[in-house]
Design a protein around this ligand. Sequence first.
Ligand SMILES: Cc1ncc(COP(=O)(O)O)c(C=O)c1O
Length: 442
Amino acid sequence: MVSIQYQSLGSSAREISAALEAAIRSGSLAPGAALPSVRELAAQLGVAPGTVAAAYKLLRERGLAESRGRSGTFVRPRPALATRSARLPVRAGVIDLASGSPDPRLLPVLQPAALSTLRGPARTPPGLVVPELLDVAGRRLGADGVPAESVTLASGGLDAIGRLLQAHLRTGDVVGVEDPGWPNVLDLVPALGMRVRPVAVDSAGPEPESLHSVLRAGARAVIVTSRAHNPSGAYVTSERAAELRRVLAEFPQTLVIEDDHAAELAGVKLTTLAGSTPAWAFVRSMSKPYGPDLRLATIAADAATVARVEGRMHVGSGWVSTLLQRLAVQLWTSPTAARSVARAAQSYDRRRAQLITQLAQRGIPSTGSTGLNVWIPVPDEATSVAFLLQKGWAVAPGTRFRQASPPGIRVTVGALDEDGIPRFADSLAEALAAPLGGPYTA
Ligand SMILES: Cc1ncc(COP(=O)(O)O)c(C=O)c1O
């Protein structure tokens, strides 16, 4: 790595932040790297501490750096910038249980004959959504109890969440995000210049007391994963939904975003929070059941929210390609695709249950009642991840999912077959029996 020359960064806040941004882009400041303290850098550059503090603020507002209280300011683990450092490739022979992705072998096959019928009239659909999609999506949402009077689209679940936050919140506003939770949301919120606060999650979804305290402290929005919580596999039960509704009733100005990313794969009944506050949105992605490359998510929301999201899209990207919209309609109405998704859901359920049982037989507790992942609390993530990698398993360290919650690892069951499950459980049992920090520390 090229080391960074702090002496020549510039003398104004803008110059200093631009130079640090260039260093992050080039890789000389790696994701997670500590920046010098404000005083130290100010002394090196011969500028006032306030100038460096203003430069760091600019970096924070653009999602490139984060403050960790007394520990200082750090480059974000995934800064909102195309950098030279990429995710480490999983080396040949290692089974990738870290991806979070569905098993490609279990995705519905796109029929070539059907693809030729996708092209519709070459004009912007009225209100951005083709009528066939409005019709099918409306019926599907309605069947799950989600009001579908106002529906629009985005390019995937994360895009939808970003557009919804921007429709209601401003720079500096606070968003309640589940802890542990989806790292992409933890990266997105700061990239929008907003701040994340943790909402604790248990096996029934967000904990009401934790949500209450985050809202009382001023959070303007909360994101709740309805089912297949990533990473813990939790889902919002009807009892919990009723409790959450009671909390939200005290804070009616809250934007409530529900993320139903697993949708048809979830395998448990949906209990929606839709309508618990005047500004609400229910987001359903196609990524997990139909494939992550189908960049499409349906948003059902209150009419004012849909109008804001669509209005913004009108003056920007225009609309979500109608080719993609028609493809979604085909997949949602195809009995073959429905069978394929149902088979995939059963397969994930089976693999998760087997893994949890095998781990329990070795005295290792884990959670994962819905979705693609199993979350396993471990005392030391780095030791477990390194040990498992030596044994041929790549798993996701919990650190990217956590704010204040205890450590763990996430295992995606997509690439675990029946033989693999007991072998993985054996490897993890060995990893946990190894002395903490033992052979892997210098
Ligand atoms: C919690 C959560 N929400 C949403 C998504 C889907 O995101 P997208 O539709 O942007 O692919 C994922 C995918 O991993 C996820 O884990």
